[in-house]
Design a protein around this ligand. Structure first.
Ligand code: SAM
Length: 202
């Protein structure tokens, strides 16, 4: 219990330091709660050939829930922009492939890190989407759609509790959208599914 408590304190301290130095990039006031992490992680695919991509893992609350869902190292890829957070995450979860990189560089990172024969079954994102310019969000949505397998899910949380959808998510079906109240602050988990087939253009 003491070890766990010490780890929670040091992760929260790291999170707060990052929030103070990079408020726009962090876009949050506290690490995700266990309830939020579970609500995000339940959407991962059971397919052993499917890689799960985590964007903006931060201190790793959601990474931990993904591991608890049975995701072994090679199936979980985490992309974190902050080098300090990425180093801390890699220490905490040596089996997970943590990449220090930018989510907008998705295609290149996928080419480098997803083995042939595997595909991306789900994208689990903690990125503070509403802090970015709408055009940036739209371009990220296109990139996520390009790397996800048909029928795969993009799971995104937001502190914006309204039901309006960020730009770019219209390329997906809205599969689910629920508020997790036990989080600081409460958060809405939205699940966007890539269509199984594209509507024909004629
Ligand atoms: C809301 S915080 C994540 C909180 C996380 N769920 C936790 O419990 O610690 C957002 C995270 O996204 C990361 N981030 C922001 N912009 C990014 C980008 N362009 N590429 C990758 N990660 C990014 C931030 O560094 C931060 O760790």
């Amino acid at each position: 219990v003491t070890k766990q408590l010490r780890r929670n304190i040091s992760e929260t301290a790291l999170f707060v330091r990052q929030c103070l130095s990079k408020p726009e990039q962090m876009g949050a006031i506290a690490p995700s709660s266990r309830g939020l992490a579970k609500a995000m992680a339940r959407w991962v695919s059971a397919d052993p050939k499917a890689v799960v991509l985590e964007l903006g893992p931060g201190t790793g609350s959601i990474t931990e829930a993904l591991i608890a869902r049975g995701l072994t190292g090679h199936r979980l890829l985490a992309i974190e922009k902050s080098p300090e957070l990425a180093i801390s995450l890699q220490k905490r979860f040596p089996g997970v492939r943590v990449i220090t990189g930018d989510a907008w560089d998705l295609e290149n990172l996928m080419d480098l890190h997803v083995e042939p024969g595997h595909h991306v079954g789900a994208v689990i994102s903690s990125l503070p989407l509403r802090r970015f310019k709408p055009e940036a969000t739209e371009s990220l949505a296109r990139k996520i759609k390009a790397i996800l397998r048909p029928g795969g899910c993009w799971v995104q949380y937001s502190y914006h509790l309204g039901s309006d959808r960020p730009l770019g998510t219209s390329y997906f079906h809205l599969l689910s959208s629920n508020v997790v109240w036990l989080n600081l602050p409460p958060a809405r988990v939205s699940v966007y599914q890539k269509p199984l087939s594209e509507p024909s253009s004629n």
